[in-house]
Design a protein around this ligand. Structure first.
Ligand SMILES: Cc1ncc(COP(=O)(O)O)c(C=O)c1O
Length: 423
């Protein structure tokens, strides 16, 4: 018997009630870092090595909660006056002022003259996001130049912030395994006026290659001549040289040359506070009278994105930055981390050269910061994973902090085998 019209309507209603509105959703393109981390976690091989993740690891292969962080957290736990009220949209001012001074230096003229301010945001990522939103939505910039090799999120964050023209400037010279300075200056010199240029002030991710001071000066010339806007992104201050002041040289030099700029400053890696989402966007400008107007625009941007940033990390970092003894303790931790990374670089190079591994390996010690752009091809990276259970990004980027005294020989032998077997 055929169902009546009423029964048919009820059946159709039931069918559409059970059909999900999400049935048309397709998988997004994979995020490589996510696949590398997941692949490593699934791997049960006892000798597996993680050189993929962008986080510091101790010589025991563990995350490091620095002793000063633990002490501050204990004090915070005992403080009965503490509460969990919202921070205001632009975050904790004491944190932002201390972070801005850390970036620009204790003697900074622009800080003294009130020509700089900071905004607390969600890690380095949040700072890049709110800075990009400001440039695109408030100042109508639509073109940004990003180094051809860069943190993979720059393209995503900036295009979602409204940049419609994202261009790359040359950065890495694959044959020299070094900075392609000629390519960089050629590309920036032909950038249209009023473009934004994204710059890594130290420990460039992923290549580990930074311009020299003379080269930074030349970059500043081009930026000035072509009226480009410098947007620095510093996620590794202190982890390149071990010294926060030295690692801020490029930004301070641009300020000395009277350039206005943004700088996204992350405390994830430098303080080991990855999950606390703590960063500061520093703004340097010529006219202090514009600050309140700019802050009001940032408030709208932040309010629409996440309302206000979290308290915990801001309290930890600002407590440390305001206490000279604790700040010195933090600086010593940075020296230790940068020193361990340098040691691992030297040992790896020494072992590869000792085994006469095909190729040249001095780039490993010339590069600085967490990452080495090893020069391994995508095919070789795949082989390293499948044969040796060593994980890194397909670009050949390896996190030097994933190396330690226990796995160094294993990794060096694996690289030797890989470059011998896979051309
Ligand atoms: C250049 C660069 N910018 C920003 C970030 C993101 O920093 P955060 O984890 O603090 O958001 C990273 C992290 O890998 C980075 O390398």
């Amino acid at each position: 018997m055929r169902p009546s019209g009423r029964a048919l309507r009820s059946l159709t209603a039931k069918a559409s009630a059970s059909a999900s509105v999400f049935r048309a959703v397709d998988s997004a393109p994979p995020l490589e870092i996510f696949s590398v981390v997941a692949g490593f976690a699934r791997d049960t091989h006892p000798s597996k090595v993680d050189l993929g993740i962008g986080a510091y690891r101790t010589n025991e292969g563990q995350p490091w909660v620095m002793p000063w962080v633990q002490r501050i957290e204990q004090l915070m736990g005992q403080d009965k006056t503490r509460n969990h009220e919202y921070l205001t949209f632009l975050g904790c001012d004491t944190f932002s002022q201390a972070a801005t001074a850390l970036l620009l230096g204790p003697e900074s003229d622009v800080v003294r003259q009130g020509k700089a301010f900071g905004i607390q945001s969600l890690g380095g990522t949040g700072c890049v996001r709110i800075g990009s939103e400001f440039l695109s939505r408030v100042l109508n910039y639509n073109t940004a130049y990003i180094p051809a090799q860069t943190w993979d999120n720059h393209h995503r964050v900036m295009s979602r912030s409204g940049f419609t023209h994202l261009k790359e400037y040359r950065y890495w010279h694959p044959l020299n395994k070094a900075l392609d300075f000629e390519g960089l200056t050629e590309d920036l010199s032909s950038a249209p006026k009023y473009s934004v240029v994204v710059l890594h002030p130290c420990a460039h991710n992923p290549t580990g290659c930074d311009p020299t001071q003379e080269q930074w000066d030349r970059i500043a010339d081009i930026i000035q001549e072509r009226k480009l806007f410098p947007f620095f992104d510093t996620a590794y201050q202190g982890l390149a040289s071990g010294d926060v002041d030295q690692d801020a040289w490029a930004v301070r030099h641009f300020v000395k040359r009277e350039l206005e700029l943004f700088c996204a400053q992350s405390f994830s890696k430098s303080c080991g506070l990855y999950g606390e989402r703590i960063g500061n966007l520093t703004v340097v400008l010529h006219d202090p009278d514009q600050i309140e107007k700019m802050r009001s625009q940032f408030r709208i941007i932040v309010r629409a994105l996440y309302c206000s940033p979290p308290r915990h990390g801001a309290q930890i970092v600002s407590t440390m930055l305001q206490d000279p003894n604790m700040q010195e303790e933090w600086r010593a931790c940075l020296r230790e981390m940068a020193g361990r990374i340098r040691d691992m670089r030297h040992s790896l190079r020494q072992k590869l050269e000792g085994m006469k591994t095909p190729g040249t390996w001095e780039h490993i010690t010339k590069q600085v910061g967490m990452f080495s752009f090893t020069g391994l091809t995508e095919h070789q990276v795949q082989y390293m994973k499948e044969k040796h259970h060593i994980y890194m990004l397909s670009s050949g980027r390896a996190n030097m902090c994933g190396l330690n005294n226990k796995n160094l020989d294993y990794v060096a032998s694996a690289i030797h085998d890989t470059v011998t077997q896979i051309k």
